[in-house]
Design a protein around this ligand. Sequence first.
Ligand SMILES: C[S@@+](CC[C@H](N)C(=O)[O-])C[C@H]1O[C@@H](n2cnc3c(N)ncnc32)[C@H](O)[C@@H]1O
Length: 225
Amino acid sequence: MTGPRPAPRLLRSSRLSGLIAAAYDLGTGGMERRLFGERRRRLLGVARGEVLDVGGGTGANLPHLAPGQVARLVLLDPSPGMLARARRRARELGVEAQLVRGRAEWLPFPDRSFDAVVFTLSLCTIGDPATALGEARRVLRQGGRLLVLEHVRAADPRLAGWQDRLTPLWRRIGGGCHLNRDTRAAVEAAGFRFESADEFLEERIPIPVLRPHLVGVAHRDDRSP
Ligand SMILES: C[S@@+](CC[C@H](N)C(=O)[O-])C[C@H]1O[C@@H](n2cnc3c(N)ncnc32)[C@H](O)[C@@H]1O
Protein backbone atom coordinates (compact mmCIF):
# COMPACT_ATOMS: atom_id res chain seq x y z
CA MET A 1 0.00 0.00 0.00
CA THR A 2 1.24 3.48 -0.76
CA GLY A 3 0.32 6.86 0.65
CA PRO A 4 1.09 8.58 3.89
CA ARG A 5 1.46 6.40 6.93
CA PRO A 6 0.61 7.61 10.41
CA ALA A 7 3.58 8.91 12.36
CA PRO A 8 3.76 6.35 15.14
CA ARG A 9 5.64 8.56 17.57
CA LEU A 10 3.15 11.38 17.19
CA LEU A 11 0.28 8.92 17.59
CA ARG A 12 1.81 7.46 20.70
CA SER A 13 2.48 10.89 22.11
CA SER A 14 -1.08 12.00 21.44
CA ARG A 15 -2.47 8.83 23.09
CA LEU A 16 -0.16 9.38 26.02
CA SER A 17 -1.20 13.02 26.26
CA GLY A 18 -4.84 11.84 26.37
CA LEU A 19 -4.04 9.61 29.34
CA ILE A 20 -2.13 12.40 31.08
CA ALA A 21 -5.03 14.80 30.52
CA ALA A 22 -7.54 12.29 31.93
CA ALA A 23 -5.29 11.70 34.95
CA TYR A 24 -4.97 15.45 35.44
CA ASP A 25 -8.73 15.93 35.59
CA LEU A 26 -9.19 12.89 37.79
CA GLY A 27 -6.42 13.92 40.16
CA THR A 28 -7.30 17.60 40.47
CA GLY A 29 -11.03 17.83 39.71
CA GLY A 30 -12.69 17.72 43.15
CA MET A 31 -9.93 19.51 45.03
CA GLU A 32 -9.67 22.04 42.25
CA ARG A 33 -13.35 22.98 42.43
CA ARG A 34 -13.33 23.23 46.23
CA LEU A 35 -10.12 25.19 46.52
CA PHE A 36 -10.03 27.34 43.43
CA GLY A 37 -13.53 27.46 41.96
CA GLU A 38 -14.43 30.70 43.68
CA ARG A 39 -10.99 32.26 43.09
CA ARG A 40 -11.19 31.43 39.40
CA ARG A 41 -14.70 32.82 39.20
CA ARG A 42 -13.67 36.15 40.74
CA LEU A 43 -10.48 36.47 38.72
CA LEU A 44 -12.07 35.57 35.40
CA GLY A 45 -15.06 37.81 36.04
CA VAL A 46 -12.68 40.63 35.04
CA ALA A 47 -12.10 39.14 31.57
CA ARG A 48 -13.97 40.74 28.72
CA GLY A 49 -13.74 41.18 24.97
CA GLU A 50 -11.26 38.91 23.22
CA VAL A 51 -9.68 36.52 25.72
CA LEU A 52 -6.70 34.17 25.37
CA ASP A 53 -6.23 31.35 27.91
CA VAL A 54 -2.57 30.27 27.66
CA GLY A 55 -1.83 26.70 28.73
CA GLY A 56 -5.57 26.35 29.13
CA GLY A 57 -5.29 22.59 29.64
CA THR A 58 -8.56 20.71 29.91
CA GLY A 59 -10.55 23.93 30.14
CA ALA A 60 -10.83 24.47 33.91
CA ASN A 61 -11.49 28.16 33.27
CA LEU A 62 -14.33 27.62 30.80
CA PRO A 63 -17.16 27.55 33.38
CA HIS A 64 -15.94 30.83 34.90
CA LEU A 65 -15.79 33.11 31.87
CA ALA A 66 -18.93 35.20 31.61
CA PRO A 67 -20.41 34.58 28.13
CA GLY A 68 -22.05 38.01 28.01
CA GLN A 69 -18.67 39.70 28.50
CA VAL A 70 -16.43 37.51 26.39
CA ALA A 71 -16.74 38.12 22.66
CA ARG A 72 -14.09 35.59 21.61
CA LEU A 73 -12.28 32.93 23.58
CA VAL A 74 -9.10 31.22 22.46
CA LEU A 75 -7.59 28.39 24.51
CA LEU A 76 -4.01 27.51 23.60
CA ASP A 77 -2.12 24.42 24.76
CA PRO A 78 0.60 22.20 23.28
CA SER A 79 -1.05 18.95 24.42
CA PRO A 80 -3.55 17.31 22.05
CA GLY A 81 -4.95 15.30 24.98
CA MET A 82 -5.63 18.43 27.02
CA LEU A 83 -7.19 20.15 24.00
CA ALA A 84 -9.47 17.18 23.31
CA ARG A 85 -10.83 17.33 26.84
CA ALA A 86 -11.19 21.11 26.66
CA ARG A 87 -13.15 20.70 23.42
CA ARG A 88 -15.49 18.24 25.11
CA ARG A 89 -15.92 20.49 28.12
CA ALA A 90 -16.68 23.51 25.94
CA ARG A 91 -19.30 21.50 24.06
CA GLU A 92 -20.92 20.32 27.30
CA LEU A 93 -21.01 23.86 28.67
CA GLY A 94 -22.22 25.33 25.40
CA VAL A 95 -19.20 27.66 25.38
CA GLU A 96 -17.80 28.74 22.05
CA ALA A 97 -14.03 28.47 22.17
CA GLN A 98 -11.32 28.33 19.55
CA LEU A 99 -8.80 25.65 20.52
CA VAL A 100 -5.26 26.17 19.29
CA ARG A 101 -2.35 23.79 19.60
CA GLY A 102 0.70 25.89 20.35
CA ARG A 103 3.20 27.13 22.85
CA ALA A 104 3.15 30.20 25.02
CA GLU A 105 6.65 31.11 23.89
CA TRP A 106 5.44 31.70 20.35
CA LEU A 107 1.86 32.88 20.23
CA PRO A 108 0.46 32.62 16.71
CA PHE A 109 -1.50 35.88 16.96
CA PRO A 110 -0.88 39.44 15.78
CA ASP A 111 0.27 42.22 18.10
CA ARG A 112 -2.42 43.79 20.26
CA SER A 113 -5.15 41.33 19.37
CA PHE A 114 -6.56 40.44 22.83
CA ASP A 115 -8.21 42.30 25.69
CA ALA A 116 -7.21 39.73 28.31
CA VAL A 117 -4.57 37.03 28.56
CA VAL A 118 -5.04 34.36 31.23
CA PHE A 119 -2.45 32.10 32.87
CA THR A 120 -3.79 29.73 35.52
CA LEU A 121 -1.42 27.11 36.94
CA SER A 122 0.53 27.21 33.69
CA LEU A 123 3.43 29.64 34.28
CA CYS A 124 4.86 26.98 36.63
CA THR A 125 5.10 24.55 33.70
CA ILE A 126 5.81 26.67 30.62
CA GLY A 127 9.44 26.11 29.58
CA ASP A 128 10.41 29.77 29.23
CA PRO A 129 8.04 31.93 31.30
CA ALA A 130 9.89 35.19 30.55
CA THR A 131 9.42 34.71 26.80
CA ALA A 132 5.81 33.62 27.35
CA LEU A 133 5.05 36.76 29.34
CA GLY A 134 6.74 38.88 26.67
CA GLU A 135 4.46 37.25 24.11
CA ALA A 136 1.43 37.89 26.31
CA ARG A 137 2.40 41.55 26.50
CA ARG A 138 2.82 41.70 22.73
CA VAL A 139 -0.65 40.30 21.99
CA LEU A 140 -2.42 42.45 24.59
CA ARG A 141 -4.12 45.64 23.49
CA GLN A 142 -3.52 48.89 25.29
CA GLY A 143 -5.63 48.72 28.45
CA GLY A 144 -5.69 44.93 28.18
CA ARG A 145 -5.22 42.80 31.27
CA LEU A 146 -3.15 39.87 32.34
CA LEU A 147 -4.95 37.52 34.75
CA VAL A 148 -2.90 35.06 36.78
CA LEU A 149 -3.55 32.33 39.31
CA GLU A 150 -0.38 30.42 40.07
CA HIS A 151 1.41 28.59 42.84
CA VAL A 152 4.64 30.49 43.48
CA ARG A 153 7.94 30.60 45.35
CA ALA A 154 7.48 30.99 49.10
CA ALA A 155 8.70 34.11 50.90
CA ASP A 156 9.72 31.89 53.83
CA PRO A 157 13.37 30.96 53.06
CA ARG A 158 13.04 27.50 54.61
CA LEU A 159 10.04 26.60 52.48
CA ALA A 160 11.67 28.18 49.41
CA GLY A 161 14.75 26.03 50.10
CA TRP A 162 12.56 22.91 50.01
CA GLN A 163 10.92 24.14 46.82
CA ASP A 164 14.39 24.48 45.26
CA ARG A 165 15.49 21.05 46.44
CA LEU A 166 12.33 19.27 45.32
CA THR A 167 11.80 20.98 41.97
CA PRO A 168 14.12 18.70 39.92
CA LEU A 169 12.15 15.62 41.04
CA TRP A 170 8.77 17.38 40.93
CA ARG A 171 9.37 18.48 37.35
CA ARG A 172 9.77 14.85 36.33
CA ILE A 173 6.63 13.60 37.98
CA GLY A 174 4.59 16.75 37.48
CA GLY A 175 4.85 17.26 33.72
CA GLY A 176 7.48 20.01 33.95
CA CYS A 177 5.93 21.90 36.87
CA HIS A 178 8.33 24.07 38.94
CA LEU A 179 7.62 24.66 42.63
CA ASN A 180 10.00 27.57 43.00
CA ARG A 181 9.14 30.20 40.42
CA ASP A 182 8.83 33.81 41.53
CA THR A 183 5.99 34.52 39.14
CA ARG A 184 5.11 37.90 40.56
CA ALA A 185 8.64 39.18 39.85
CA ALA A 186 8.58 37.56 36.39
CA VAL A 187 5.31 39.32 35.51
CA GLU A 188 6.71 42.69 36.58
CA ALA A 189 10.01 42.08 34.80
CA ALA A 190 8.06 41.40 31.59
CA GLY A 191 6.60 44.93 31.64
CA PHE A 192 3.36 44.56 33.57
CA ARG A 193 2.08 46.40 36.60
CA PHE A 194 -0.23 44.72 39.08
CA GLU A 195 -3.56 46.41 39.78
CA SER A 196 -4.24 43.78 42.40
CA ALA A 197 -2.11 40.92 43.68
CA ASP A 198 -3.05 38.66 46.52
CA GLU A 199 -0.79 35.93 47.81
CA PHE A 200 -2.62 33.34 49.84
CA LEU A 201 -1.77 30.19 51.77
CA GLU A 202 -4.36 27.55 51.05
CA GLU A 203 -3.97 25.32 54.09
CA ARG A 204 -6.16 22.59 52.61
CA ILE A 205 -3.50 21.84 50.00
CA PRO A 206 -1.83 18.79 51.55
CA ILE A 207 1.61 19.51 50.01
CA PRO A 208 3.27 22.53 51.71
CA VAL A 209 5.72 23.14 48.85
CA LEU A 210 2.70 23.82 46.58
CA ARG A 211 1.94 26.97 48.58
CA PRO A 212 1.53 29.94 48.43
CA HIS A 213 -0.61 30.98 45.47
CA LEU A 214 -0.72 34.28 43.70
CA VAL A 215 -3.92 35.64 42.22
CA GLY A 216 -3.54 38.90 40.39
CA VAL A 217 -4.61 41.27 37.67
CA ALA A 218 -1.95 43.26 35.83
CA HIS A 219 -1.88 45.62 32.87
CA ARG A 220 0.80 46.54 30.37
CA ASP A 221 3.16 49.04 31.85
CA ASP A 222 3.63 51.21 28.81
CA ARG A 223 6.58 53.02 30.40
CA SER A 224 8.53 49.76 30.03
CA PRO A 225 10.36 49.20 26.74
C1 LIG B 1 -1.15 22.34 35.36
S1 LIG B 1 -1.83 22.49 33.79
C2 LIG B 1 -2.94 23.87 34.01
C3 LIG B 1 -4.06 23.87 33.04
C4 LIG B 1 -5.11 24.97 33.20
N1 LIG B 1 -4.58 26.28 32.89
C5 LIG B 1 -5.74 24.98 34.56
O1 LIG B 1 -5.88 26.04 35.16
O2 LIG B 1 -6.16 23.89 35.03
C6 LIG B 1 -0.50 23.22 32.85
C7 LIG B 1 -0.79 23.32 31.37
O3 LIG B 1 0.28 24.03 30.74
C8 LIG B 1 0.45 23.44 29.47
N2 LIG B 1 1.79 23.80 28.95
C9 LIG B 1 2.98 23.19 29.17
N3 LIG B 1 3.95 23.80 28.48
C10 LIG B 1 3.38 24.83 27.79
C11 LIG B 1 3.85 25.82 26.90
N4 LIG B 1 5.15 25.91 26.57
N5 LIG B 1 2.96 26.69 26.39
C12 LIG B 1 1.66 26.65 26.73
N6 LIG B 1 1.15 25.74 27.58
C13 LIG B 1 2.00 24.83 28.10
C14 LIG B 1 0.27 21.97 29.72
O4 LIG B 1 0.01 21.24 28.53
C15 LIG B 1 -0.90 21.98 30.69
O5 LIG B 1 -2.12 21.90 30.01
